[in-house]
Each structure stands twice: as structure tokens, then as C-alpha cells.
Write a protein of this length. Structure first.
Ligand code: UD1
Ligand code: CA
Length: 449
């Protein structure tokens, strides 16, 4: 069965109090819209259609950043959920299969749940995702008879008896795409809100002799975000879920609640993460690597057996080969460290290639930026960079070469050579003693006067 996803993302999200459209607010570094789109990916959709309205250009760009093939339709006036889904019509032309309606501000629907819905379509023409709400509040209520879904009633339009129902509408719906569009065409807005309600398709379908049914999911999956407080709550529960998954996959988290992960963080089995480590997007940690406390990582790859931190910062393009060591107060950006290379203290390596087995002394800096352009530093294998070396890029240090501590290296260094780029030491015998005596005598005179 071919599937089209229709993701509603036109609303403004007034309660966010934001210039950014609601669906672009991030959870674990990904816009909520991406979470919804990612859940849908498990169904291998033939088409993904995003319905944008408020700040449509930004929403479209974000949708296409996640999936370049995503199609975006514009709902210029938000007249209700049925009206929103109807806008997908032109993009469904020539499509033969099921449509599933998802929501850009409901990021946690699981892949299993969506697969259950796709399967339930074998039994019902319209499948609605419902949940038992602890506090049903203002959700739409599902009126059922045995297995059959009779209708959905919005809170505003419900009787007291209907409001007593705890089975609620998540909003997620699956139906044959062409059938769905024809049902939507019949939806009217003669209700308390004056909106075109997507849930009304249930009654319209039944009037045509079609059947409707319910798939159940956990309430946590249907969690929607309407305010900053709810966004923070969603972040917390998402982090909780990532931590649980990582530990289930064999990653040691010493203090799970102190570590923060991104939506796409990948960590191998038997890796060890100490407390207070922050992961930005695009991080891969291989099996058996160890990330020590208070490190910050984004856009980087750490190989097997590497040790990072405490207090290390790996920025985008940091690529650490096996058994590398990156210690405290070391920042690495767009740089490759070959197998067994070490930079243990107080160092900046940017736009650099470091050969295997090389040792980078404390305080080393790649001076990669001339104010306009970035330049590369290349260090060969088994080189020894003395403490406090300034490597003024572009510059190349050969295999097995050495730089003296405190050197400013502006020219390439040949393999096996020692380069010294610092003032020669001079020594003046007895000078310090004479200077101190003079200064102390001066102070004594001042105190008397
Ligand atoms: C909707 C359901 C309700 C359900 C609840 C679950 C309707 C009429 N009601 O109510 O039964 O319990 O979701 O959260 O569907 N949107 C558009 N264009 C529009 C209107 C809405 O894109 O014209 C988008 C919104 O941005 C939002 C989503 O659809 O992401 C839901 O719309 P909203 O107005 O929040 O519906 P609810 O009142 O929450
Ligand atoms: Ca809502």
C-alpha cells in the first residue's frame, strides 16, 4: 500500500509568544516539524505533503531541509483542520493509496503506532488514533459502539454526557486518499467554532455506508506543544526517552539526567558518558569511547577507544580516530586527529589534520584565521608539538618533526626536523639580585619620607 503523509503546520501558535512559527521550535535540536516527519518516514511514504500557512516560507524551507522531496501547500486562511487537509488535494492528484494526517506540533507519535494505523485500514475505511486521557479537558471525544467509531464530537459542541467520555481524539487519521478528499468536500462549518472540523469526516463516512474504527495509543504520544512551558515539558520527556533508549542499547550513562542529547545522536554499545555532557546535533560516538564530564560535542565523530574531556569542546567537523585523547580545555573544529594522536590540555585545533601518534603540547594553537580567510594546518605522523606552539596556517609539519615550546611557526617544517621559532635565551649573572636590592632600597626611602 502506497502512503501519502499530510502534515498540518499552518497554525500560528499564538501562545508560544514567538516570531518563529510554532512547528519550528526545537526539541533536542530538531524543529518539531522534523519529529513529526521522521515518525512518518517509517511508513516509507510515497509523498510527504506539508500544509503551511503562518510564516509559510520558513516552514517550507525547514520541511525541505529535512526531506528535499517534501511538497508544501499553502493554507492562507486557517479555517479549520478539514480545510487544511483539503488543501493537500492538488498534491494528491494521480496518487493511489492511503493518506495519513499528522500534526507538526505533535512530535511524539511513534512509528509503531503509525504502523498499527496503516494495518487497521484493512478493517476500516477511516481509522482514527485515540487515547485514554487522564484529564480529557478540551479534546474532541470519540463516540464508539463496540468496535465502531460512530462520530467525533468537539468539546465545544459536546453534551455533558459526551464530555464524560475519556477516549479522546488525537487528530491523527488514516483513509484512502481519494475517499478522504471527497469526505472533506462535504464538511460544513456549522458548529460552535465556525470551523471546518476534520473529525466530521467520521459521520459523513458512516452516512455513506463506510466504516470507521479506532487505534489506541499512549497519551504521551499525542502530547502537543502550545506554549514555552509545554515545549520545555516536551524536551524533558524526549530527553528521558533518549536516555532510556541509549541505556537499553548498552551505553553507560553515569548520571543520565545530567546529559542532554540531540534527536540524531548515535552512540555505540559500551561507550561511557560521564555526567554533564551536552550533545548538539550530528554526533556519532563509536563503541567503547569514553566522554568525560562537562564536555560539549556537536557535528563530530569519536572513534572506538577514544577519550574526550573532561571539559573538552568538539565542534562541527571534529573527527577523532581510534584511541585518540582530547583532554581538558581543548577545542577542536573541522580537524582530523589520526589514530592515537593526543591533545591533552588547553589547545585549539581548527582546520587541521593531525597524523597518527602525534602529540600536541599544552597551549598549542592553530592560528587558522587571518581575519578574512581560514587556512589549514597539516601535521604529519608521530610529530611532537612543543607546549605553547603557535602554528600560523597555512603551515605543514612533517612526519616525526618537533617544535620547541613557545615557538611561533610560520614556515613549513621538514620531516624529522626540530623547529624553534622563539627569541634566544640570554642570561645576565647576578642581575636579579642587584635589581631587587635597588628596588627594596627605593621603597624603604619612600616609606621614611
Ligand atoms: C484538534 C481536534 C480535536 C483533537 C485535538 C487533539 C479538530 C476540529 N479538533 O483540536 O478533536 O482532540 O486536535 O490535539 O480537528 N491547523 C491548520 N490549519 C487550520 C487549523 C488547524 O494547519 O486551519 C493545524 C494547527 O496548526 C494544529 C492542528 O492543525 O497543529 C490542530 O489544530 P487545532 O486548532 O489546535 O485543533 P484543536 O482545537 O487542538
Ligand atoms: Ca491543538
Amino acid at each position: 500500500m502506497s502512503i501519502a503523509l499530510i502534515i498540518l503546520a499552518a497554525g500560528k501558535g499564538t501562545r508560544m509568544e514567538s516570531d518563529l512559527p510554532k512547528v519550528l521550535h526545537r526539541i533536542a535540536h530538531a524543529p518539531m516539524l522534523w519529529h513529526a516527519m521522521r515518525a512518518g518516514q517509517s511508513l516509507e511514504p510515497a509523498r510527504s505533503i506539508v500544509v503551511a500557512g503562518h510564516e509559510a516560507e520558513q516552514v517550507a524551507a525547514s520541511a525541505q531541509a529535512f526531506d528535499p522531496e517534501a511538497r508544501v501547500v499553502i493554507q492562507s486562511e486557517q479555517l479549520g483542520t478539514a480545510h487544511a487537509v483539503l488543501q493537500a488535494g492538488p498534491e494528491l492528484e494521480g496518487f493511489d493509496g492511503d493518506a495519513i494526517v499528522l500534526y507538526g506540533d505533535t512530535p511524539f507519535i511513534s512509528q509503531d503506532t503509525l504502523e498499527d494505523m496503516a494495518r487497521a485500514r484493512a478493517e476500516h475505511d477511516v481509522v482514527v488514533l485515540g487515547f485514554e486521557a487522564a484529564d480529557p479537558g478540551r479534546y474532541g471525544r470519540l463516540v464508539t459502539e463496540g468496535d465502531a467509531l460512530i462520530r467525533i464530537v468537539e468539546y465545544k459542541d459536546a453534551t455533558d454526557e459526551e464530555r464524560a467520555i475519556s477516549l479522546c481524539n488525537s487528530g491523527v487519521v488514516a483513509a484512502d486518499a481519494a475517499t478522504l478528499q471527497s469526505l472533506l468536500a462535504e464538511v460544513k462549518n456549522d458548529n460552535a467554532a465556525g470551523e471546518y472540523y476534520l473529525p466530521d469526516i467520521v459521520e459523513i463516512a458512516r452516512a455513506r455506508g463506510l466504516s470507521a474504527g479506532v487505534v489506541h495509543c499512549a497519551e504521551a504520544e499525542t502530547l502537543g506543544v502550545n506554549s514555552r512551558a509545554e515545549l520545555a515539558g516536551a524536551e524533558a520527556s524526549f530527553q528521558q526517552a533518549i536516555r532510556a533508549r541509549l541505556m537499553a542499547d548498552g551505553v553507560t550513562l553515569q548520571a543520565p539526567e545530567t546529559c542532554w542529547f540531540a534527536w540524531d545522536t548515535v552512540i555505540g554499545r559500551d561507550a561511557e558518558i560521564e555526567p554533564n555532557v551536552i550533545f548538539g546535533p550530528g554526533v556519532t560516538i563509536e563503541s567503547g569511547a569514553r566522554i568525560r564530564a562537562f564536555s560539549h560535542l556537536e557535528g563530530c565523530h569519536v572513534s572506538r577507544g577514544a577519550i574526550v574531556g573532561p571539559f573538552a569542546r568538539l565542534r562541527p567537523g571534529a573527527e577523532l580516530a581510534e584511541h585518540t585523547h582530547v583532554g581538558n580545555f581543548v577545542e577542536i573544529k573541522n580537524a582530523y586527529l589520526g589514530e592515537g594522536a593526543k591533545a591533552n590540555h588547553l589547545t585549539y585545533l581548527g582546520d587541521a589534520d593531525i597524523g597518527e601518534g602525534s602529540n600536541i603540547g599544552a597551549g598549542t594553537i592553530t592560528c587558522n584565521y587571518d581575519g578574512v580567510f581560514k587556512h589549514r594546518t597539516t601535521i604529519g605522523r608521530n610529530a611532537f608539538i612543543g607546549s605553547d606552539t603557535m602554528l600560523v596556517a597555512p603551515v605543514t609539519i612533517g612526519d616525526g618533526a618537533m617544535t620547541g615550546s613557545g615557538s611561533v611557526i610560520t614556515d613549513d617544517v621538514a620531516p624529522g626536523a626540530l623547529a624553534l621559532g622563539r627569541a634566544k635565551q640570554v642570561e645576565k649573572a647576578g642581575f636579579a639580585t642587584r635589581l631587587f636590592d635597588m628596588l627594596k632600597a627605593k621603597k624603604a626611602k619612600q616609606n621614611k619620607g
